[in-house]
Design a protein around this ligand. Structure first.
Ligand code: IPM
Ligand code: MG
Length: 357
């Protein structure tokens, strides 16, 4: 049966990078009989401009009905002064929350060809292969109560709530342990259990779940130390599991170990591996529309979609090999450029991947 894929390009460089991923998927439809049907819709600022909301109910229903979603990026200067309830980011958060996409997988993998592109010494990052498992529908991003209130003395006070229930911690821990079992069987759980009760519980629950995976070596690390260790000795990590906000921060940090955030794909999955796929980077409004963006994170996200949701491991590998090949050919967008390489634009990079398939 034809699988339905919803494409949500979003804002900034979103439309450019998703167009290249769509090109790759179209090529696979022809060369390998990939049986998918793609439709496109609005999210983020683009949806706000059209409907006054960063995600319409119609688009939300389309997302629920689709087998998988490929999203570009949301946000931009233009919408920064809007009320927080209708900001572009809310469209993304609504998708994650209503579709119950609690498991966010963010692989930070260094292509050997890009060892020079990292700001860290090649020997520190060579061979790097980390999987960050970020809880995506809970924690301080969604905790209630939240808001800005006026105190008795007339001063305003902003507040958010950092909460995790046992069941939320348990289910993300299982995802992380299962991933570790398929990799090097090492799991680092990141928390701030020396200060925050919510992560004291996090640590306790992770240890309980660990009993079901005796082969996995578990370590707990405070988030400040984890941020430092990622720079000091990133290769000590295999799988890292953490809450929503720590995962947001650490995954940006980890991406830089791989040379550029423009290389980092991600999958956001529900209980049944239905998912939304997006590059880990943002909408980069400063370079939007200039054919400068790196489409590889989005193309690699499409590969993850084929692997995790659509059941085409062989085609995922095919895309990943094609990306490796274009890097071998020396093709680089500006973000991963180093001397002696050939600088190309977003479209040319997408064309090269299609050619390498
Ligand atoms: C990410 C982004 C989002 C997040 C923003 C755009 C809401 O930074 O996917 O990492 O904070 O989760
Ligand atoms: Mg982020």
């Amino acid at each position: 049966m034809t699988q339905q894929v919803l494409i949500l390009p979003g804002d900034g460089i979103g439309p450019e990078i998703t167009a290249e991923a769509v090109k790759v998927l179209e090529a696979l439809k022809i060369s390998d009989g990939l049986d998918i049907h793609m439709t496109e819709d609005l999210v983020g600022g683009a949806a706000y401009d059209a409907h006054g909301l960063p995600l319409s109910d119609e688009t939300m229903a389309q997302a629920q009905a689709a087998d998988a979603i490929l999203l570009g990026a949301v946000g931009g200067y233009k919408w920064e002064s809007l009320d927080i309830s209708v900001r572009p980011e809310k469209g993304l958060l609504r998708l994650r929350s209503e579709m119950k996409l609690f498991a966010n997988l963010r692989p930070a993998f260094l292509y050997p060809q890009l060892a020079d592109a990292s700001t860290l010494k090649p020997e520190v990052v060579a061979g790097l292969d980390i999987l960050i498992v970020r809880e995506l529908t809970g924690g301080i991003y969604f905790g209630q109560p939240r808001g800005i209130r006026v105190l008795d003395n007339g001063e305003r006070q902003g507040f958010n709530t950092y909460v995790y229930s046992e069941s939320e911690i348990k289910r993300i821990a299982h995802v992380a342990f299962k991933a570790a079992m398929k990799r090097n069987k090492k799991l680092t759980s990141v928390d701030k259990a020396n200060v925050l009760e919510v992560t004291e519980l996090w640590r306790e629950v992770v240890d309980t779940v660990a009993k079901e995976y005796p082969e996995v070596e578990v370590k707990h690390m405070y988030v400040d130390n984890a941020a430092m260790q990622l720079i000091l000795n990133p290769k000590q990590f295999d799988v890292m599991v953490t809450g929503n906000m720590f995962g947001d921060i650490l995954s940006d940090e980890a991406s830089m170990l791989t040379g550029s955030i423009g290389m980092l794909a991600s999958a956001s999955l529900d209980e049944n591996n239905k998912g939304m796929y997006e590059p880990s980077h943002g909408s980069a409004p400063d370079i939007a529309g200039k054919n400068l963006a790196n489409p590889l994170a989005t193309i690699l996200s499409a590969a993850m979609m084929l692997r995790y949701t659509l059941g085409h491991e062989e085609l995922a590998v095919k895309i990943e090999n094609a990306v490796s090949k274009v890097l071998d050919q020396g093709l680089r967008t500006g973000d991963i450029y180093s001397e002696g390489m050939t600088k190309v634009g977003c479209r040319e990079m997408g064309d090269a991947v299609v050619a390498a398939l």
